[in-house]
Write a protein that binds this ligand. Structure first.
Ligand SMILES: Nc1ncnc2c1ncn2[C@@H]1O[C@H](COP(=O)(O)OP(=O)(O)OP(=O)(O)O)[C@@H](O)[C@H]1O
Ligand SMILES: [Mg+2]
Length: 226
């Protein structure tokens, strides 16, 4: 699916968070890197319309994030930098089912799809657990599953391996690698971006490098060393 930025900028209270940006994203795996506060989350939120461009436009598969907000939200799933913020129901299975509850599905179909997604991410054993008692890695996998189950075309993951130990990091990496959807992954975990099709580097609200992972990551290392 083509995600188009046309001179899209974001200004928060007079401060520029994203300079006018024009680009088309159509690759399957896209990484986004940069220092803290460089505009990565702002960029990611523009794609699903959580943030609207102050000027210019962003479209996803031809849908404008400003004019077609609801349609864009259903096509673009977003997994937040802090996944606790998106979990709504107290029990894991209930939270997964909640995402499907407004899709007009029969109860047994909701149960079938929920079970299938829990199996797929290797977290079937967590189904009856209380969400707020889960570890960070478990919470991250539940958050991914609860978005994937709704069937978006594009997934955005904002720092999905932040604060995870090596084992959970590998589980989340494997979950991302196995996604059928186009995925945009914001990450400080540079190893996660190995094999990605394209990586974008932001610095102070500006896209400063865009290409294959190795040269863009090298540029980031040089920038961080300054
Ligand atoms: N809702 C907001 N209101 C005002 N300023 C904001 C808002 N959201 C972000 N900003 C500012 O915009 C800039 C970019 O923030 P953004 O969250 O996009 O950075 P980031 O690259 O995701 O950083 P991090 O790596 O720390 O998550 C920062 O200076 C931030 O303080
Ligand atoms: Mg961020």
């Amino acid at each position: 699916m083509d995600i188009r930025f046309e001179e899209a900028s974001v200004v928060y209270g007079g401060r520029v968070a994203l300079q006018p940006l024009t680009l088309v994203l159509s690759e399957r795996r896209i990484g986004v890197i940069g220092l803290n506060g460089s505009g990565k989350t702002t960029f990611a939120r523009l794609v699903n319309g959580l943030v609207k461009p102050t000027s210019g436009a962003v479209t996803v598969g031809g849908l404008d994030t400003r004019a077609d907000t609801a349609a864009v939200l259903s096509r673009v799933g977003f997994i937040f930098q802090n996944p606790q913020h998106q979990i709504i129901m107290p029990i894991v299975a209930e939270d997964i089912a909640f995402g499907l509850s407004n899709h007009g599905l029969a109860k047994d179909e909701i149960a079938r799809r929920s079970e299938a997604v829990l199996d797929r991410f290797g977290i079937a054993a967590l189904a009856r657990r209380r969400v707020h008692e889960l570890s960070g890695g478990e919470t991250q996998l539940v958050a991914i599953a609860s978005v994937v189950v709704t069937g978006p075309d594009v997934l955005i993951l904002d720092e999905p391996t932040n604060q995870l130990d090596l084992k959970n990091r590998h589980r989340v990496e494997a979950a991302i690698a196995g996604l059928d959807q186009q995925a945009i992954v914001v990450s400080h975990d540079l190893a996660l971006l190995d094999g990605f099709d394209r990586v974008l580097l932001f610095d102070d609200g500006r896209l400063v490098a865009d290409g294959a992972p190795a040269p863009v990551i090298a540029r980031y290392r040089a920038l961080a060393a300054c």
